[in-house]
Design a protein around this ligand. Structure first.
Ligand code: SF4
Length: 383
């Protein structure tokens, strides 16, 4: 049986070289151009998934396949499709998957933000353990531009340039109903820590200023960047804990600058992802009952029905961008001969969802700068 199937497959693939259309030098015949520029999504699996990188791959047809800067500059485009305060969808056209992926990885792991790193707990009589409480606090996005702060190394003292301090002091009085602690209960301390360190030297001068956990030389709200924009959590209603009557939480948190590759709490994006632009092609006219069947096969309404008059109908591809590559429309008898599902190899639909520290469009431009720096470093080292 398998032999028969194979035999039939070979029969189907036989063609005469004389049937191929004439192609001028410097161009590829249609079937090779399709393999070069599209990923073909067949019923069982996608094919031609890898891009052809070798510069001389099409030399016999007079086509230069090398990477050329002028070619890239001419073809590369970014088109913004949707932009809000929190997310952005844009098309990146004319690049390889490796570069699109580099942007995704930089966005997730290498763009810095400010996140809560230290939690000093003075009192916690809630039912949440200290370490769970600290973990929850660490994941609260803070609305502040990280470019205004410096990284804090092990030897640095926390100061106004590398640390943001918040305090949380909430109490549920006896006889009161249960109380929900939310992120807007975190109050910014522009002058730094208010918790006094226990003095190790009992003979220290009682008139000197008590030592706290930070050493700010000025108040952060006197800095022009924060005078009109007080620092606060990005969302005021993130639930931190629930207190029962008589329970109390008193703590102080210190936020510092870091990157997602150290811990996900520093990642500036909820997610950053891309997919290749879908291309749905009708290989023949799909009419009447078949048109209705095709329309009903697609769960995301890619196809529409066109009225041809006199009761005749024809299927059209109305929303190819919505295609999720589920391949339902090419399953079943003969459907693979009627419909082709492809992906455009150098066209990426990119989505960035910001956690709120920076707007998504700024995140993308920052990612471009980081990739540029990396390239410059490599070029300098090579030269
Ligand atoms: S692959 Fe799925 S989503 Fe895409 S057109 Fe076909 S049925 Fe619709």
């Amino acid at each position: 049986m398998a032999g028969k199937e194979e035999g039939r497959g070979e029969e189907k693939n036989k063609f005469s070289i004389w049937d191929l259309p004439d192609v001028p030098m410097g161009q590829l015949p249609p079937h090779l151009e399709l393999q070069r520029s599209r990923v073909l999504c067949n019923k069982d699996a996608p094919i031609h998934t890898e891009s052809v990188q070798y510069s001389g791959a099409y030399a016999s047809m007079g086509l230069d396949n090398s990477l050329r800067l002028d070619h890239f500059c001419h073809n590369f485009r970014v088109e913004v499709v949707r932009l809000t305060d929190e997310d952005m969808e844009f098309d990146m056209i004319g690049i390889d998957a490796a570069i699109a992926n580099a942007f995704r990885r930089i966005l997730i792991a290498e763009l810095p933000t400010m996140a809560i790193e230290k939690v000093l707990i003075a009192n916690n009589t809630s039912i949440i353990q200290d370490e769970v409480l600290a973990h929850r606090l660490g994941l609260i996005p803070i609305s502040v531009d990280p470019r205004l702060f410096e990284y804090m190394t092990e030897n640095d003292q926390p100061n106004e340039k590398n640390t943001i301090v918040f305090k949380l002091h909430v109490q549920c009085k006896r006889g009161s109903p249960r109380f929900t602690v939310k992120s807007d209960d975190l109050k910014w301390l522009p002058n730094g820590s208010e918790l006094v360190k226990e003095s190790r030297n009992a003979t220290s001068d009682s008139s000197s200023k008590p030592e706290t956990y930070t050493s700010f030389s000025c108040s952060q709200d006197t800095l022009s960047e924060f005078a009109k924009n007080p620092i606060a959590p990005r969302h005021p209603d993130i639930i931190i804990a629930k207190l029962g009557p008589g329970q109390e939480i008193e703590l102080e948190v210190h936020a510092v600058k870091g990157m997602g590759k150290t811990h996900a709490k520093w990642s500036p994006v909820a997610t950053a992802w891309y997919r290749m632009l879908p291309e749905v092609v009708l290989l023949e006219e799909v009419e009447d009952d078949l048109a209705e069947e095709l329309k009903s096969k697609c769960p995301v309404n890619v196809f529409d029905i066109e009225d041809l008059g006199k009761g005749r109908k024809r299927a059209t591809v109305a929303r190819p961008r919505a295609c999720t590559l589920c391949r339902e429309c090419i399953r079943g008898d003969e459907w693979e001969k009627r419909v082709a599902i492809r992906r455009v190899r150098d066209h990426f639909i990119f989505t960035i969802e910001s956690t709120g520290a920076l707007p998504p469009e700024v995140l993308f431009t920052e990612a471009v700068k980081i990739l540029e720096d990396k390239c410059e470093r490599v070029i300098t080292e090579l030269s």
